[in-house]
Design a protein around this ligand. Structure first.
Ligand code: HEC
Ligand code: HEC
Ligand code: HEC
Ligand code: HEC
Ligand code: HEC
Ligand code: HEC
Length: 392
């Protein structure tokens, strides 16, 4: 019984924390708690803890049964984790497993970019093969990534507002990854076949629930004019490589992203890859009105409709896009703005803000030309989120 004793005490303490809802079924149904593909740190596994056990992430007093399993640090980390929760863009507790190698026995298979997993774009070097790489573009590798230090200074512990103006906040010492995920609830949707209701994400304004695991949380529930892009190399659609195109199998990522990126929150970015950094991130409205910004044309606003469209989009139709139709959520080999390496099955090269880069972006995936001349001025003078002239 000895090796388990500290954990029993740990569990006992946990019962008095605000954790009860996720303790039982929810955790066991999560990707981490799963008994066939869940957490299994090699060192704790050899002490007898079964796959999915909390002890693969949490240790009391940094020791179990008098020994400290790998990695040894000599002191307990916050939340009794086996390593500090967050240090920098390149050093994060989650990367201890979500990298190539790492502490997870046999590594992790579902760890790739959005374009790869949900767009089928598998060309060599177009995708990140693990989560740590996806976040390394801001510093270590070329490309662009969401910058976690700014999540810590601009989001966590702050009073934020969602797209409806309703306030929310998250604890200041939360792992920045957990602004969008809850490690005790996150499920695995990406295994084959794709399972749309097994959601991996939680909205920052509703951290104790999954987002995208119910019909009312899918794109189609809010936007009747959504049409998902093609899957790479076929006329099947994202995200499941089948004929479903109305977003009924796709979480409403607009609602996730606009908990932070909306017309209200002012987010100051120090991301080294953001053009003209450091500066405030542009505010945007995906709705039909905007109090502080002009609403975007790619959002719900129905202006003139799309013209000069490439399939599956149809000229003259009104559409609302999902943020992940154009952006990676974590990072991208494209140098700026987390722009996906493939959009609507076309390869996208977006190394900078030059006209050729923008032309490649606009005219290979969705539009085959514009009403105005191809080389009017620098495109981003007029086309940006919240912009007025032609909008975005
Ligand atoms: C994949 C790693 C991982 C596993 C497995 C895991 N946790 Fe956690 N847990 C965390 C992290 C990380 C935090 C710190 C809060 C944050 O940053 O999200 C945390 C925080 C907590 C907290 C503090 C309250 C809260 O919800 O933030 C409790 C209690 C807790 N975990 C209990 C458990 C129990 C019980 C289990 C097993 C049933 C478990 N954890 C399994 C990663 C994990
Ligand atoms: C001890 C190793 C370990 C740690 C630490 C860990 N994970 Fe995981 N994670 C896993 C394993 C194993 C899976 C399931 C892998 C699979 O599905 O192939 C997983 C799955 C996930 C999933 C579900 C997605 C999917 O499709 O599988 C998410 C989201 C996730 N982890 C996020 C996190 C976050 C955020 C943290 C840090 C708070 C974290 N993980 C820390 C091992 C770990
Ligand atoms: C801005 C929100 C956001 C942040 C911050 C974020 N993620 Fe994610 N993550 C997402 C979205 C959106 C997806 C795609 C949804 C899905 O897999 O169903 C995703 C997917 C994942 C997956 C599953 C990948 C797969 O192949 O299916 C893992 C694992 C993961 N994230 C881990 C992390 C880790 C670790 C961090 C921090 C280093 C992190 N995430 C930070 C939004 C975020
Ligand atoms: C929890 C809050 C939060 C959520 C949710 C969130 N972001 Fe961000 N985002 C930030 C912060 C903070 C920054 C500033 C740091 C930076 O530049 O990466 C940022 C910056 C960005 C940038 C500019 C990065 C650059 O360097 O050009 C893009 C693009 C972006 N987010 C897209 C998204 C998308 C797409 C989603 C939804 C999948 C999303 N964000 C969800 C907090 C968030
Ligand atoms: C001086 C402002 C301005 C600049 C610079 C600009 N555009 Fe536009 N763009 C517009 C306006 C306004 C519209 C709305 C349609 C119209 O009235 O011509 C538009 C529409 C579009 C459309 C939608 C199709 C259409 O014609 O309605 C695309 C695609 C487009 N622009 C691409 C580009 C690209 C690529 C560049 C850079 C090479 C660029 N634009 C530069 C103002 C501009
Ligand atoms: C049609 C493709 C497309 C869609 C859909 C899209 N974006 Fe963007 N996004 C871009 C491009 C191009 C840029 C660079 C121009 C700019 O800054 O607006 C950008 C830039 C950004 C930035 C950085 C703004 C800055 O200050 O430079 C954020 C944040 C962002 N997008 C978030 C989102 C969110 C959130 C959604 C969904 C509500 C979304 N995007 C949907 C193409 C898209």
């Amino acid at each position: 019984m000895l090796p388990y004793q500290p954990l029993v005490i740990f569990f006992f303490c946990l019962l008095f924390l605000s954790f009860r809802p996720a303790c039982a079924g929810d955790y066991l149904n999560s990707a981490h708690g799963n008994s066939s593909y869940g957490v299994e740190r090699s060192s704790t596994s050899s002490l007898g803890y079964s796959k999915g056990n909390c002890a693969h992430c949490h240790e009391q007093h940094a020791s179990i049964g008098g020994e400290e399993p790998e990695p040894a640090r000599g002191e307990a980390s916050g939340y009794l984790l086996f390593n500090p929760n967050h240090t920098s863009q390149m050093e994060n507790f989650c990367f201890d497993c979500h990298q190539s190698g790492g502490y997870q026995t046999d590594g992790i298979s579902n760890n790739k970019s959005y374009s790869y997993t949900f767009g089928g774009y598998t060309n060599a070097s177009s995708y990140d093969s693990n989560i740590k790489d996806s976040f390394s573009h801001a510093e270590g590798m070329s490309g662009s990534s969401h910058y976690l230090p700014d999540f810590v200074t601009q989001v966590l512990g702050k009073t934020m507002r969602d797209a409806n103006g309703v306030s929310w906040s998250l604890p200041a010492d939360l792992n920045p990854c957990d602004a969008c995920h809850n490690p005790h609830l996150a499920q695995r949707n990406a295994n084959v076949p794709y399972e749309s209701t097994k959601s991996a994400i939680s909205r920052p304004s509703d951290h104790k629930n999954r987002w995208g695991d119910e019909a009312s949380e899918m794109m189609s529930a809010t936007y009747s004019d959504y049409l998902s892009p093609y899957w790479s190399g076929s006329t099947n659609h994202e995200p499941a490589n089948n004929s479903i195109s109305d977003g009924s199998n796709l979480p409403n990522y607009v609602r996730l992203c606009t908990d932070c990126h909306n017309e209200y929150n002012v987010i100051n970015s120090t991301n080294p890859r953001l053009p003209d950094t450091p500066r405030a991130i542009r505010r945007l409205s995906w709705g039909v009105t905007g109090t502080f910004v002009i609403p975007d044309g790619h959002g719900s606003l129905d202006g003139a409709g799309i013209i000069y469209s490439l399939p599956p989009y149809i000229s003259g139709s009104y559409l609302t896009l999902n943020c992940t139709d154009c952006h990676e959520p974590h990072g991208s080999p494209n140098n700026i703005y987390l722009v996906r390496s493939s959009i609507n099955k076309a390869a996208i090269s977006f190394p900078d803000n030059s006209m050729p880069a923008w032309q490649s972006f606009c005219f290979t995936a969705c539009h085959d030309r514009a009403n105005h001349s191809y080389n009017r001025f620098e495109c981003e003078r007029c086309h940006y989120h919240g912009g007025g002239h032609g909008g975005f």
